[in-house]
Design a protein around this ligand. Structure first.
Ligand code: MG
Length: 403
């Protein structure tokens, strides 16, 4: 089986950014996603490894998973590029045939380049992707005095991937693990004295190093027919349930709407049982705990709290992870009073506080034919089901307007 190691453990010093450049967006999609997609879509590699720094592991795992690359293995890198490649090589099975080592910051590598390199490796044992130099090269002293003009015809600009026989390249890496001065993997093979061969690259297979490179890469992608932000939409479902007791001398608040009745719900906050079930469903869908965790009833700050304020806070909590409510369906279980006259006001109230259109909110009410605590009028319960969504190019399609 052939394998690919994509190295993404560097930092973005030359991008004037603290962020690893492979996370920067290229037409709305992170650079590393383009790179992984090129290898994954080629179908040429049975084993696909991304080497990234330990502190980026969680972000990388979540990112690749959100684009459906669940087959990609993440391996923690080392202090230098050379050390990171060795980490990737050690993670591959002994029986691996050829391994392609590629820069995570080269997102535009084409299938033609990958196929040519693999074919040549099978023929000659390795393939170092390169393009002929277009510029004349000078060798000069630090003071600028030109020493010589090497013959351009024999000079090449080296790209990746570099494809090697697995046993040979891991042996070279292990042998020279103490000499961390190789600027590419071919150099290690050269040190061993093995013959190393160039393979034809592509001028478009550029490395994203400076902000200008990103702009050029975007133009190339647009010419190739790619549109902005083709990230697939992700959806999650959540359920919430809550019960509060009916007592005298309390207001009855449901979905932020005051319902006239001789009794109201008892609780630390305004005891809006429907809003509580909805919030728990939202947090549940995002796997971010529950309202007891975010707003403990031991905290005096939430005494008599307006649950609609808490709902807005929950909307912000899930939005921090990119989630928004796609739709919600609530069933309020209540024998008395009759809720039908208030249903539309409840939908408007929830939609307003969630900042989505009312067509995405359903509120239903049912009795229990006088059975159980709700039927006996002792309390009111609510079930809520919520769908969350994030990503997708049309995620703002009907954001409620302020006008
Ligand atoms: Mg509650």
């Amino acid at each position: 089986m052939n394998a690919a190691i994509i190295v993404a453990a560097g930092r973005g010093e030359r991008m004037h950014s603290d962020k690893n450049k492979v996370f920067l967006p290229l037409l709305g999609v992170p650079v590393i996603v383009h790179t992984v997609r090129a290898f994954s879509d080629s179908g040429l590699f049975g084993d696909l490894i991304v080497v990234c720094s330990t502190q980026n592991q969680d972000e990388m795992r979540e990112l690749l998973s959100s684009y459906g690359f669940d087959q990609v293995r993440l391996v923690p890198g080392g202090a230098t590029r050379q050390a990171s490649v060795l980490c990737g090589l050690r993670a591959l099975p002994k029986g691996t045939n050829y391994v392609a080592i590629h820069d995570g910051a080269r997102p535009l590598v084409s299938r033609r380049v990958l196929e040519d390199a693999l074919r040549q490796a099978a023929d000659k044992g390795n393939a170092i992707v390169a393009v002929p130099l277009k510029d004349t090269i000078k060798r000069a002293q630090p003071d600028g005095l030109i020493l010589e003009t090497p013959d351009r015809a024999s000079l090449y600009s080296i790209q990746t991937p570099q494809v090697f026989d697995y046993a040979e390249i891991i042996a070279a890496h292990e042998t020279y693990a103490d000499r961390q001065t190789a600027t590419d993997d071919a150099m290690l093979m050269e040190w061993t004295g093995k013959a190393v061969y160039l393979s034809m690259g592509d001028p478009e297979n550029l490395k994203i190093t400076t902000p200008e490179d990103l702009a050029v890469a975007e133009q190339i992608l647009i010419r190739r027919g790619m549109k902005e932000a083709d990230k697939p939409m992700e959806m999650r479902i959540g359920h919430g349930y809550d019960v509060h007791k009916l007592v005298p001398d309390r207001d009855l608040i449901l979905c932020g709407v005051k319902v006239p009745y001789e009794r109201g719900l008892l609780g630390h906050s305004d005891a809006d049982v429907a809003a509580h079930a909805l919030m728990d469903a939202m947090l549940g869908a995002a796997a971010m705990g529950d309202i007891g965790y975010h707003f403990p009833d031991t905290d005096p700050a939430y005494s008599g709290a307006d649950s609609m304020k808490l709902l807005e806070r929950v909307r912000e909590i899930i939005a921090a992870d990119g989630w928004k409510v796609s739709n919600a369906d609530l069933t309020i279980i209540c024998q008395r009073p009759k809720l039908r006259p208030f249903i539309e006001a409840m939908r408007d109230s929830l939609a307003g506080h969630l900042n989505i259109c009312r067509e995405r909110i359903s509120v239903k009410a049912t009795t229990t034919e006088h059975l159980g605590f709700e039927g006996e009028g002792l309390g009111i319960s609510t079930h809520a089901v919520v769908m969350l969504e994030r990503g997708g190019s049309d995620c703002l399609r009907d954001e409620k307007s302020n006008g």
